[in-house]
Write a protein that binds this ligand. Structure first.
Ligand SMILES: [Mg+2]
Length: 438
């Protein structure tokens, strides 16, 4: 691109808006390493229960091990690889703590995914008596010090730009691009680093002679509109340093649906076993409903065969509920339709939807209020017992076979933090404080 065309590109003073994107490096693996220092510096992966890697530490990545490949293949690439079962509860609580730290600096935080946040620190220079890159550096340092997790941080003028920046230098990176350096930065940014440009879009842009992000923003706005429509313009503006996408600060506590799924090994065609797996998912989903004081009316079940083909069926209760027993009858009926004894199954799942806050009374004339009341009380008692003695200690009979069926299976390995409880703690509370061991 000649100097002549450069002048069409707007150049802004440093940070009209200062948007940060904070992204944790190899998040699941890093949580495992933060929780157990013996794993630090070692090639580890999570996903033992699925047979496929869900996250690889940077030490493992150095051997070519990455997300999505089979464990056997990974072990071949790196014989010293440590394979751990996923522990999503721990990850979600590390995530919560990371967001808490970020929120100490600014209330304007969007929890973008379990390990990513956008935040707006515009106007905070005076408060912290520091420049924007310095503020970002402090946040990064706090996360590292308090949680033992490294993050990659991007600082720029819009969400889209900040995200390109955080990706620019991973792991443990920090990239700040102020307005007056934007054009230089975009010239060395590939199209596929833009969140919103999928492989097809990149292909299309290449056909029009656009090789990097700078080429895109240097075309007229009309070009972006004609080629990619509304999103095209929005991205075109974002990439030129105009903050179009606002931060979404609402906490993601409102559930539209709650789903629970589990993959099991070995695959099975045994009716009782597959049904028990499905029932256990239903129990877990109902527990979650109750924990958040919600009830649901729609149930979807699905059975996944070992060739990855999935059969799903949906039904609606005639009223909202959060009790497993209320869903059991319809769940059994759907299962009987979906199940085929000639198929090997490897996973089951349930999705509860049409969710309303607990207490919304949707009883019909034909419901038995005494029975409803009894079942609700039973659920409460079950929760109390299970909180005290462990999840699923008390369960419905249909999932009883699981007690013995999966012994020795990675899923049944109890996470370290659940074994070492301090007095008065439940495993859920335990998660709030990573256990430091010497
Ligand atoms: Mg990440």
């Amino acid at each position: 691109m000649s100097e002549n065309t450069d002048k069409y590109f707007i150049t802004l003073s440093s940070y009209p808006r200062a948007i940060l994107h904070i992204d944790c490096d190899a998040f699941f693996a890093s949580c495992e390493q933060a929780g157990d220092p013996r794993l630090k510096g070692k090639p580890i992966v999570t996903g033992k229960e699925r047979g496929i890697i869900s996250c690889a530490s940077y030490e493992a990545k150095a051997f070519g091990v990455k997300r999505g490949i089979r464990l056997s293949e990974a072990k071949r690439l790196c014989p010293a690889l440590l394979i751990l079962p996923s522990d999503y509860e721990t990850y979600s609580l590390y995530s919560e703590r990371m967001f808490d730290i970020i929120k100490r600096f600014t209330p304007s935080v969007e929890e973008f995914s379990i390990d990513e946040a956008f935040c707006d620190i515009t106007g905070l220079r005076r408060v912290y008596r520091a420049s924007y890159p310095e503020i970002a550096g402090r946040m990064k340092e706090r996360i590292q010090k308090e949680l033992g997790l490294t993050v990659s941080v991007g600082l720029s003028l819009s969400k889209t730009l900040a995200k390109i920046c955080s990706r620019h230098d991973k792991p443990d990176g920090f990239t700040a691009v102020p307005g007056y350096r934007l054009h230089k930065f975009l010239k060395c940014s590939h199209l596929d680093t833009v969140c919103g440009f999928g492989p097809n879009t990149v292909e299309l842009l290449r056909k029009h002679g656009i090789k990097n992000v700078f080429d895109y923003v240097n075309r007229p706005e009309d070009f972006a509109k004609r080629l990619l429509g509304k999103v095209g313009i929005e991205l075109w503006r974002e990439l030129r340093g105009e903050s179009v996408y606002k931060l979404c600060r609402e906490e993601k506590k409102k559930y539209l649906s709650i789903s629970k799924t589990r993959t099991f090994m070995p695959a099975s065609r045994e009716e009782d076993h597959v049904k028990a797996r499905l029932t256990r998912n239903l129990e877990s989903a109902c527990i979650k409903l109750r924990r958040h004081s919600l009830s649901a009316a729609k149930l979807l079940i699905y059975l996944k065969a070992s060739d990855f083909k999935t059969c799903g069926l949906e039904a609606k209760l005639n009223r909202h509920s959060s009790s497993t027993l209320d869903f059991m009858g319809i769940c059994g009926k759907l299962f009987n339709i979906a199940f085929n004894e000639n198929i090997m199954y490897r996973a089951t799942g349930v999705v509860l939807s049409d969710i309303v806050p607990e207490g919304v009374d949707s009883r019909t004339l034909f419901d038995d209020p005494v029975r409803i009341e009894k079942i609700a009380r039973l659920s409460k008692v079950t929760d109390t017992i299970n909180i005290k003695y462990g999840k699923h200690t008390l369960h419905v009979a249909a999932s009883d076979t699981l007690k013995t069926a999966g012994n020795g299976h990675p899923r049944n390995n109890v996470a370290w933090r659940k074994q070492e409880l301090l007095k008065g703690e439940t495993p859920r509370k335990r998660l709030k404080i990573p256990l430091l061991r010497v």
